[in-house]
Structures are given as structure tokens and as C-alpha cells.
Design a binder for this molecule. Structure first.
Ligand code: UDP
Length: 253
């Protein structure tokens, strides 16, 4: 890691000041947390895989005209992004029931949603990121009505893109979470997809076997998280390049 000024340390990433004003370096750690950080571990290689996968998804979104904060990947663990003001919401899109919606509404895991459902959680770890409605968001000024319309449109475009990409490699996109940032161009404000998109923030099931290829592997102790994320990366053709095996030095007499 280079000597950069740390701005913020989160659970899975550390943010550093970027080389130019208005830029930030996101460093992907190997730390895995679940259940509001009650369960923790270090999963070797997770940060590298998420950095590569997030680059892949953000670049793909950019290429179909969905604005993101992503600028470029710098190395195996770091990427350069535009600095933005993060709206304090987790925007969740669900195509099939899993996780909290199953317990909240008594729906069986895997049930197809009648249509993609967009939910919002207020980003506050001390409160456990509670579910909120558009009423709360507007009344407490976290986002305007216009922002909300833009956020829904962005979230559904991300859903269409990611669902298609994942379907193409035999994976069902069950649900995912994104974060939205505001970037300012003079007096104008634009909303962009920020943070990361990776198997840490999506539920991904193999279409044929139903095998889980996302953070639920860690949450529920279902096996190796690195193997699951590597499988996703391999299918998408974004495996980090293996370094050439280095043979031990041999003594020359
Ligand atoms: N999610 C996330 N960060 C969070 C909460 C949820 O990335 O802090 C993702 C999660 O991985 C899943 C989707 O959002 O893909 C929906 O999560 P859910 O509401 O079911 O919460 P969970 O039961 O996973 O805590």
C-alpha cells in the first residue's frame, strides 16, 4: 500500500485521498463481516477479487450509459474513483426472495418477486441499517423527490444490466445493494452509482444447482468464500492474473 492520506476506514474498504482533487483511492481489504460486524474474519484474496469484480461491473455499467464513480483500477487492491457525497441509503433491489425479506414478510427463500422490488435502508450501523420508506427519506431530507425518481431509475438499470450479465454465465441475480453518490459539476448535481458492486453486496445463485456464490457462504458457513468469488470471477473472465510460480533458488557449486 502506498503512503496516502487515509480519509475513512470501513469494514471492507479503506478510502485514501486521491492523486488529484476530487478523486479518492478505494483500497479493498480481505476483511469479511456479517450481521452488523458480529461475525468477522479475514478471507485471503477477497479484496483482490472484489476490486477486479467491482471494476468489471462498474466499467460495464459505464459502457451502457449508467453513470458511476469509477475512474480506473490502479493495482490488485486499489481503484481510483470520483469523490462524491454518499446519500445515506442502501438501495436494495430484489428479484427473488432471500435474507431479510423472507423473515420480514414470511416469504420462502427463492420465491420470484412479481417484479423487481426496490427497498431502502438508512445507513447507520448503530441502528442496524433500518428499512425506511420514501416518506422518511423526503421528510428527513436525505434525498429529494427528484433524487428518489433518479435513484429508482438507476437501481432498475443496474438490475437489468447485472441480471443479464449474470444470466449469461449461468448465475441468477437474486438481489443486490448499491449506494448512490452525488457529484457536483459547477452548480449541477448528478447521481452516480458509488461504493462497490461485488459478491459482498449481491446474492448470486448458480442457475442449475442453486449453489450460493456470494457472501451468504460466509454468513452461513457454507464453505470457502474465496472459491465462491473465484468461480464468479472465472465465469466472467476476470480472474486476477496468476503470478508465475517462483521456483526456489538452487545452489550453484
Ligand atoms: N446488503 C449489503 N450490505 C448490507 C445489507 C445488505 O450489501 O449492509 C446486500 C445483501 O448482500 C443482499 C441484499 O443487500 O445482497 C439484500 O440484503 P438483506 O436486506 O436481505 O439483508 P441481509 O439479510 O443480507 O442482512
Amino acid at each position: 500500500m502506498t503512503r496516502r492520506k487515509k480519509i475513512y476506514e470501513g469494514k471492507a474498504k479503506t478510502l485514501f485521498e486521491g492523486p488529484e482533487p476530487g478523486t479518492i483511492v478505494q483500497y479493498f481489504k480481505d476483511d469479511a463481516t456479517a450481521f452488523n460486524a458480529e461475525k468477522k474474519d479475514v478471507i485471503e484474496g477477497k479484496g483482490v477479487l472484489n476490486n477486479m469484480l467491482s471494476e468489471y461491473f462498474m466499467t460495464g455499467l459505464g459502457s451502457v450509459g449508467v453513470p458511476t464513480h469509477f475512474i480506473k483500477r490502479l493495482n490488485m487492491r486499489e481503484q481510483l474513483v470520483r469523490s462524491c457525497e454518499i446519500i445515506p441509503l442502501e438501495v436494495i433491489v430484489r428479484n427473488y426472495a432471500a435474507g431479510s425479506i423472507c423473515t420480514r414478510l414470511g416469504i420462502e427463500e427463492g420465491t420470484a418477486m412479481p417484479r423487481p422490488i426496490v427497498e431502502y435502508c438508512y445507513k447507520d450501523d448503530s441502528l442496524g441499517d433500518p428499512l425506511v420508506t420514501e416518506e422518511h427519506i423526503a421528510a428527513f431530507g436525505w434525498a429529494s423527490q427528484q433524487d428518489m425518481d433518479d435513484i429508482i431509475a438507476l437501481a432498475l438499470r443496474v438490475n437489468d444490466f447485472l441480471s443479464g450479465v449474470m444470466f449469461g454465465v449461468g448465475i441468477k441475480l437474486v438481489d443486490f445493494k448499491i449506494e448512490i453518490g452525488r457529484v457536483f459539476d459547477g452548480d449541477f448535481q448528478r447521481l452516480v452509482v458509488a461504493d462497490e458492486i461485488s459478491p459482498d453486496s449481491c446474492r448470486l445463485w448458480d442457475i442449475e444447482t442453486g449453489q450460493k456464490l456470494d457472501k451468504d457462504v460466509f454468513r452461513r458457513d457454507l464453505g470457502s468464500l474465496t472459491d465462491a468469488y473465484t468461480e464468479v470471477a472465472k465465469r466472467l473472465g476476470v480472474m486476477p492474473k496468476q503470478s508465475t510460480p517462483v521456483s526456489k533458488p538452487t545452489l550453484i557449486n
